[in-house]
Design a protein around this ligand. Structure first.
Ligand code: EPU
Length: 339
């Protein structure tokens, strides 16, 4: 385990904002995690877990012991037509997707090119193109600050749209070490998502294997979402708002183009990108903090924006959406600030 003091995490968050943390601890094996937690208790600082830093906005220096799980390795267990993969928290998510589709295993292809690490994937129940992590999730192993080592199945993780217990009761108290996912050797491809259908019709070619579908998803993502290696961003900055049927219908009468997708309950999921675009924000800038010009849901750091600059832009956007549509959109990224 490697410990660094007063460490700048600029290269450990995809917004590329500079911020110093009290201690930065790299955990290379499972036993390092309880040691890091013990160290934080001893020093009297709260812990925070930082994987790829691809879903957070850091608005100040942090008085915390930051644990960076760097546990590697992918193990396969075969049961008839199923494969259970057991994956270290530090494995890059897209590398895992590539590993599985190259072997013909189905399940992760719609989740190609999502930035971040495997350990972070359950935290916000990552999802894209009609699939969510919870659809393939078996269980995970990790350490809780107060309860020690725990094995948690999907029920215990309380997965919901971009949400889980790790964003709620277990926030800043739990470190994921490894995750087990259930994949299929005879893949059934999920091509139902609108944007996928449109692209398939345009090309007049339907993907036939997980690898082909992963390539298509990666192409669509690449054309709409900025590459964090080139421009600082954290993917979707806001969650899509979930409205009651009543509120949605009233708005739809006033704004006939407003998108709406039915959810399992009686509610309707609308599009935060659409709301933001209607308020004129697409491509807008406040200094180096901006709204991406190809997708209104993505905030970008054009260079030297601080976390506070980006948050102040986000606040302006939320206010203007609220004034126009009476909807308060909520951030999807974790916004962090210590006094
Ligand atoms: N739209 C606009 N303006 C835009 C972009 C989109 O009006 O600039 C509208 C369109 O009507 C479009 C609708 O928004 O039909 C939905 O757009 P899109 O398919 O791009 O998906 P999204 O709802 O904006 C969600 C996820 C993405 C995920 C895509 C694809 C959330 C918060 N975001 O975005 O996830 O890749 O669907 O499944 O649910 C992420 O979480 O970081 C992320 C990128």
């Amino acid at each position: 385990m490697r410990v660094q003091k007063h460490f700048d995490i600029q290269h450990h968050n995809t917004f590329r904002v500079s911020a110093h943390v009290r201690y930065f601890v790299e955990a290379e094996k499972e036993e390092d995690v309880p040691s890091a937690i013990e160290m934080a208790e001893h020093l009297g600082y709260p812990i925070m877990v930082l994987g790829g830093g691809s879903n957070m906005l850091i608005c100040s220096d942090l008085n915390r012991v930051v644990i960076h799980p760097n546990l590697q390795g992918i193990k396969e267990h075969h049961y008839g037509t199923e494969v259970i993969v057991e994956v270290g928290a530090g494995v890059n998510w897209h590398q895992l997707v590539r590993y599985t589709v190259e072997r013909g295993y189905g399940g992760l292809e719609n989740l190609a090119l999502i930035p971040g690490t495997v350990g972070a994937s359950p935290v916000q129940n990552i999802g894209a193109y009609g699939v969510e992590l919870k659809d393939v999730f078996v269980d995970l192993i990790g350490f809780h600050r107060d309860h020690g080592r725990m094995v948690m199945d999907a029920g215990a993780c309380r997965f919901a749209y971009r949400d889980s217990v790790f964003k709620g009761d277990f926030k800043d108290a739990f470190v994921v070490c490894s995750v087990r996912l259930r994949l299929q050797k005879q893949a059934k491809l999920n091509l139902s998502y609108d944007a996928l259908q449109r692209e398939i019709q345009k090309r007049r070619h339907e993907p036939k294997s997980p690898a082909e579908l992963a390539d298509l998803v990666a192409e669509i993502r690449g054309s709409k979402l900025p590459d964090p290696e080139l421009i600082g961003n954290a993917g979707s900055f806001f969650k899509n708002p979930i409205l009651s049927a009543g509120q949605y219908n009233a708005l739809k009468a006033e704004f006939p183009d407003m998108p709406g997708f039915p959810t399992a309950s009686e509610q309707v999921k609308s599009s935060a990108a659409w709301l933001i675009e209607q308020c004129g924000w697409k491509g807008a800038r406040r200094g180096d903090a901006g709204v991406y010009d190809k997708h209104a849901l993505v905030l970008v750091n054009h260079g030297r924006a601080s976390g506070a600059d980006l948050w102040s832009l986000a606040t302006e956007i939320r206010q203007s959406v609220f004034e126009r549509f009476n909807i308060m959109i909520e951030p999807e990224v974790n916004v962090l600030r210590d006094a």
